[in-house]
Write a protein that binds this ligand. Sequence first.
Ligand code: ZN
Length: 216
Amino acid sequence: MRLVLLGPPGAGKGTQARRLAERRGWAHISTGDMLREAVRKQTPAGQKAEPLLAAGQLVPDALVLELVAERLAEPDARGGFILDGYPRNPQQAEDLAALLRERGLGLDRVVLLRLEDEAIVRRMAGRRSCPECGAVYHLEFAPPRVPQRCDRCGAALVQREDDREEVVRRRLETYRQKTAPLIEHYRAQGLLVEVDASGEVDQVSQRIEQALATSA
Ligand SMILES: [Zn+2]
């Protein structure tokens, strides 16, 4: 299955995409992770993206498309994939449709995670990330086994710049302006499935599975 996970920053897209990908054996394609990796490695794309990410702004469509096209060409994406954080605006949705069409493919579903702004801000404030391996934790909902240490690699966890409240609020505004129009776009194509993203991670996972099962 080829899937897009849509929703505001902080709705749990990354966590849910990772879980769903693991259960189903699909590739989890996170443009956020790919961009942060490029920044960490200080590649040309990473150097261009760094100040934009720090300010909570969007990275140019062409740059992201390049990363996505390369990733979709890898073998593990052939059996199915979940796109997390892409597309983020109508142009990227067109880019993606064209990219898939070239390969004779299309999207099967677009899952929209719904969550109110105040719940998002509360959630983001507790997020901690591993600067080494990219694992994401939450002080309240998904704490690491040892406080402030990554379960996978033991590195000290950090609060990402883009999880700070003022940056979160800017990202929510950007989401409303640029990404929310995609909801109607995909609804009109009959691809949209809506899921309540409040509550525990497991509950949300179950709702996603149910929504995929009943919309098939
Ligand atoms: Zn780690």
